[in-house]
Ligand binder design. Structure first.
Ligand SMILES: [Zn+2]
Length: 94
């Protein structure tokens, strides 16, 4: 039982670390997170975003710059849908 738990924890840590590494974060740190919090750590790394690489667009109502995944504008409350691709800025791409 104890050994099985260690094996499960190891693979959760490994999976979490691989996802974290692919997002440009630390393999070692995410391995620890995944091993200490086997399911939560994996969920966290999947949801983890590298803010600087996130595409942006402007709110059509108040022109506030927002991340693409924001669904409601925090300034004016406008419901946001996926914008015209031409209106999306990709900070990492020139
Ligand atoms: Zn707005």
């Amino acid at each position: 039982m104890g050994l099985e738990y260690l094996v499960i924890v190891f693979f959760f840590g490994l999976a979490t670390a691989i996802v974290g590494r692919s997002k440009g974060s630390s393999f070692f740190i995410w391995f620890l997170v995944g091993a200490v919090l086997p399911i939560l750590g994996l969920v966290a790394v999947v949801l983890y975003r590298v803010e600087k690489d996130e595409p942006e667009r402007q709110c059509p109502t108040c022109t506030k710059a927002l991340k693409l995944y924001v669904q409601v504008c925090p300034r004016c409350g406008t419901d946001l849908y996926l914008p015209d691709p031409a209106a999306v800025r990709h900070p990492g791409v020139r």
